[in-house]
Design a protein around this ligand. Structure first.
Ligand code: FRU
Length: 325
């Protein structure tokens, strides 16, 4: 007989992209280690209304716990407070809300990342130069926090000016368009800091079109492994550097399960970052390639186990039928 689910975990992702795909994969895989746990993952495609509906649906379904990466803090806070008030534990991941009505947070400290990036920029420009900042969606907390951390460092470096800044909403195309018009009115740009690697890549494309790509440095955030993603962009010299923004899907499920099973857990679970530059990008690629091979093997083992269990239950049914006859 099929084991009845002990727990249903609703996961509400704000967006659908490589970073989220990796996190969702880690969430699903980690959940396999807890029998009887179902995860229901929904993506809001960067739409506050859709995310509110997704969370409303989880409340109606009476899920046991909600994991949520809120698209924009202000818009998503009320529905999260509503779920929390109904007694559903809420684990915030990567993005925060404007309220303390949540159970735990799992993700990096984006303010601290902004500061580290500020120091990186100061070192790379030797304390002097013109910088352009392409921010993530302004209403999302990682964008606000990365900006604040960056400014706290750069405002103390008088030789460095932010000559232009634009909200590119985390998207590659928007960054490409925004940077295209910035290029036409800024004759001297030494470095572009984009709040994620996708936007940094978009800015690079625009700079190539203007014949200015090799006159400036591009810095991003995320450092995802895989074809055409952050680590490879650094290894190929397209980006000067990027910072690991850990997806931590396994940690999310571990915290969620501790909450559900009444075990001890930490409310703030901060995941660490590290810079990726030309010196370490190749080593990182070797390691992440190896991890990807191991991941593939775990997935293969898992599907073999499923096939085996299916055959086993069919044989058992057959045996019962024989006994009854
Ligand atoms: C993925 C993403 C990342 C970024 C993070 C911020 O959806 O846009 O690129 O670092 O969200 O929340």
């Amino acid at each position: 007989s099929q084991e009845k689910n002990r727990y249903v975990i609703g996961v509400s992702q704000c967006s659908d992209d490589e970073w989220r795909t990796q996190m969702n994969k880690e969430i699903r895989r980690e959940a396999l280690f807890y029998p009887g746990v179902e995860v229901d993952i929904r993506s809001a495609n960067d739409d506050n209304r859709k995310q509110t509906e997704d969370i409303e649906r989880f409340i109606r379904r009476k899920v046991d716990l909600i994991v949520v990466a809120p698209n924009e803090a202000e818009a998503i806070t009320p529905v999260i407070e509503k779920a929390y008030a109904k007694g559903i534990p809420v684990v915030l991941v990567d993005r925060r809300i404007n309220s303390d009505q949540y159970t735990a947070y799992v993700g990096a400290d984006n303010y601290e990342m902004g500061r580290q990036i500020g120091h990186y920029i100061t070192t790379r420009l030797e304390g002097k130069g013109n910088v352009v900042e392409l921010t993530g969606l302004k209403g999302s907390t990682p964008a606000a926090d990365r900006h604040r951390g960056l400014m706290d460092v750069l405002s103390r470096t008088p030789g460095i000016q932010i000559v232009a800044s634009a909200d590119a909403g985390w998207f590659q195309k928007s960054a490409e368009q925004a940077f295209d018009s910035i290029l036409t009115c800024q004759p001297k740009i030494d470095l572009v800091f984009a709040h994620n690697d996708r936007m940094a890549a978009g800015a690079h494309t625009a700079a190539l079109r203007h014949g200015r790509a090799n006159k400036m440095l591009f810095v991003g955030v995320d450092a995802l492994p895989g074809k055409g993603l952050g680590v490879e962009l650094v290894a190929n010299g397209i980006l000067d550097g990027t910072f690991i923004y850990p997806t931590g899907g396994d940690r999310v499920i571990q915290v969620a399960m501790s909450i559900l099973e009444g075990k001890k857990y930490q409310r703030e679970n901060l995941l660490s970052t590290a810079p990726v530059n030309r010196q370490n990008a190749h080593v990182m690629q070797m390691q992440t390639d190896h991890i990807a091979t191991l991941d593939g093997k775990i997935e293969k083992l898992n599907s073999q186990l499923d096939a085996f269990l299916l055959r086993y239950s069919a044989q058992r049914m057959f045996l019962y039928a024989c006994i009854i006859i």
